[in-house]
Ligand binder design. Structure first.
Ligand SMILES: [Zn+2]
Length: 480
């Protein structure tokens, strides 16, 4: 049985964060009543003229820079003609042979979704072009409804070379791509809102062969997880087909996420089927060196650079830096709070444990966190200074999270200031020794672990407010 390798290419559609649509002034807004954000231009009325969206062009150029593409000084728009209910004009404005960005690469590596290791390498991009989104069709039973609010939103298509080899690589590529675009403020890439969708081209060939096999394209995968599943399934399907003596048909397939299977939709169209021609109603796009240089100078920091800075400037571990940069909003939160504390490591621990735990429990995002960066910084500083201990800190934090109050208010209201007065602690220690004779005996006869129990009792007696290292020290002094 020959072993096969998969050859996978991706086309990822990303809605660009713009105020208005790609060629008209209709607003870019999600969740409005269907067909309320439309005008003669995006509905393709005769005589309506498109005007390109400057912000969309700029963000596409920024994306190209963040993804290491060459920026084309000259590009143009083309009409892609087709007849379907998702486009009232019967053509989509896109870029065929002269896109805004050429080439490019995205780093992948680390642990894959399945747990297997992915070798560190760069996935080669072919291009990024700018186009307009199509309307959203919803199928229910025999009926189909159409919503044109989404029609003509600015859409980037990021095309890879057939350079990916496994479902894990696809997952990693999409995750890293999403992170870069979010950091660049290009798109929120909210997959629930359809802001990032991809088509995957999958073929297989015997290991060692450099000839490409016949590919099938699976359309419209709405999540990174679905892309992973679809690629895994499609590789399995093609191997099974060839092993049974069959052959692969070049076709477009759909994906059913409920059954976990792909299904045949139609034979694949070729470029000729779309009768592309240059859009006569739009001028070509010329980008000056000054414009390109100005955008390059203002590019935001990417997670990789930020991680390197967190390790170098704040002495965090690679792992800590990794967790903190997973989401841009979280990295921003840390960057704000870290300016206000003396000990970045404690802050990083608090964000990774307490903050992320409370957020997950509340089902909230960091953007909606009731504890602002300066409030968390205050709490961490109080712990660092010994005003309260870590255990009380957790109680205070939970209270801050539920009420939105600041740390000092909660500590004052509840009288939680740490007891570091040795006289007061000694009283607690004496009482604990008197009340626990058998544990004291065990300790004295050579079981050192019992001391932790006695520390615990002392803390309990102080209602958690005693300084734990002082309790330990005093107990040892009295018993040793
Ligand atoms: Zn419009």
């Amino acid at each position: 049985m020959p072993a096969y390798e998969a050859v996978i290419g991706l086309e990822t559609h990303v809605q660009i964060k713009t105020g208005s649509k790609m060629f008209c002034s209709c607003p870019n807004k999600y969740g409005e009543p269907p067909n309320t954000l439309v005008c003669p231009i995006c509905m393709g009325f005769p005589g309506a003229l498109p005007v390109p969206n400057k912000q969309a062009i700029r963000k596409t150029v920024e994306s190209g820079m963040l993804l290491n593409c060459r920026i084309a000084p000259y590009s143009k728009f083309d009409r892609k003609n087709y007849f379907y209910a998702d486009m009232a004009k019967s053509f989509q404005l896109s870029q065929l042979d002269q896109p805004l960005c050429l080439g490019g690469k995205v780093r992948i590596g680390g642990k894959g979704f399945s747990g297997a290791d992915i070798p560190e390498r760069e996935v080669q991009l072919n291009r990024i072009h700018l186009e307009e989104d199509v309307a959203k069709l919803s199928h229910k039973g025999n009926a189909t409804t159409v919503d044109f609010n989404r029609c003509s939103l600015a859409l980037m298509e990021i095309v890879t070379e057939p350079d990916l080899r496994s479902a894990d690589e696809v997952y990693c590529y999409l995750t890293n791509l999403k992170q870069i675009l979010q950091y660049g403020d290009i798109s929120d890439c909210d997959q629930e809102k359809g802001q990032m969708r991809c088509d995957v081209n999958v073929s297989i060939r015997p290991v060692g062969s450099d000839k490409l096999g016949t590919k099938a394209e699976i359309k419209n995968l709405n999540s990174t997880r679905a892309a992973h599943r679809a690629v895994e399934y499609e590789i399995w399907r093609q191997v099974k087909e060839l092993e049974a003596g069959g052959s692969i048909v070049q076709e477009t397939r759909g994906w059913n996420d409920d059954t976990g299977e792909s299904y045949s939709m139609r034979n694949k169209e070729t470029v000729d089927d779309y009768r592309y021609f240059p859009e006569p109603d739009l001028m070509p796009v010329y980008l000056t060196d000054a414009y390109i240089g100005e955008i390059r100078a203002a590019l935001p920091q990417l997670p990789e650079q930020l991680r390197e800075r967190f390790v170098r400037e704040y002495g965090l571990t690679e792992y800590d830096a990794q967790v903190l940069t997973q989401e841009k909003a979280l990295a921003d939160y840390f960057c704000k709070a870290v300016q206000l504390v003396k000990n970045p490591k404690i802050l990083s621990n608090w964000i990774q444990t307490e903050l992320l735990r409370e957020l997950a429990a509340a089902g909230a995002t960091i953007g909606a966190c009731p504890v602002s960066p300066d409030k968390l910084a205050e709490l961490v500083s109080m712990i660092d200074a010994g005003t309260i201990n870590g255990r009380i800190g957790k109680v205070v934090f939970t209270e801050m999270f539920t009420t939105g109050k600041d740390a000092k208010t909660v500590v004052d209201e509840k009288g939680l200031v740490q007891v570091s007065d040795s006289g007061a602690i000694e009283t607690f220690v004496d009482q604990v020794i008197a009340e626990n004779p058998s544990q004291v005996e065990q300790y004295k006869s050579g079981n050192p672990k019992v001391i932790q129990f006695l520390v615990g009792q002392t803390m309990k007696l102080s209602k958690g407010k005693a300084n734990p290292p002082m309790c330990l020290e005093l107990l040892k002094k009295k018993l040793d």
